[in-house]
Write a protein that binds this ligand. Sequence first.
Ligand SMILES: CC(C)(COP(=O)(O)OP(=O)(O)OC[C@H]1O[C@@H](n2cnc3c(N)ncnc32)[C@H](O)[C@@H]1OP(=O)(O)O)[C@@H](O)C(=O)NCCC(=O)NCCS
Length: 198
Amino acid sequence: MRADFPQTTAVADTLRLSLPRLTIRIVGPADAGLLQGHVRGLARASRQNRFLGGINELTAAELERITHHGAGNIFGLLAETTVLGETAVVGEAIYAVHAAAGTVEFALSVADAWHGRGIGQALIASIELRAARVGSLMLVGEVLRSNDAMLGLAAKTGFVSRRHPDEARLLRLEKVVGAFQGRAPSGWLDGMFRSVAA
Ligand SMILES: CC(C)(COP(=O)(O)OP(=O)(O)OC[C@H]1O[C@@H](n2cnc3c(N)ncnc32)[C@H](O)[C@@H]1OP(=O)(O)O)[C@@H](O)C(=O)NCCC(=O)NCCS
């Protein structure tokens, strides 16, 4: 073997495989168990990042609030894919429409085993599309300063991070709806949504 020949046996190849199909849908009253199962299944650190503190599961009141969509301004989303013929929940998000302020506030989580496959980005795109449809102007969220993954996702999807007005441990995320690469929501958002959900 030549001295400069690459030692291929010592190299690990990591492939980013795309998902066969990802469906993002509104949570309904029958989904309480699925949603709670996803939250319970998150690693402790992920739950801490998602809920900005230590919780083990959603309370009955929170489940009720999220699953009875349309009641109030709170909506839940589930991201699902198919594993060995079975539907599996791989992510969730919640968003609240504040019509008077023209904002949509959101938070999300992706099952730990499914990180790094674009599901977080797809959930953000879905929320943004839904925000555009109800005429909102801005997406807003809160994130722990230490949450590098969410800050990375936010930067990649066009959010700016600002100092939080009340809590030093948090940053506030803001994005003008549709403001991404200079294109209108009807262009890139609809295209991306079809590509992840079709
Ligand atoms: C934050 C979170 C939702 C990201 O979901 P994900 O599906 O893994 O993210 P994606 O695969 O869509 O990543 C998209 C981009 O985000 C950024 N990103 C994702 N994970 C990252 C990490 N660990 N560090 C830095 N940037 C990261 C990258 O820019 C990535 O693009 P790339 O893969 O081309 O580099 C996920 O880590 C999670 O559920 N964390 C726990 C809950 C949480 O923190 N929720 C946020 C509360 S608001």
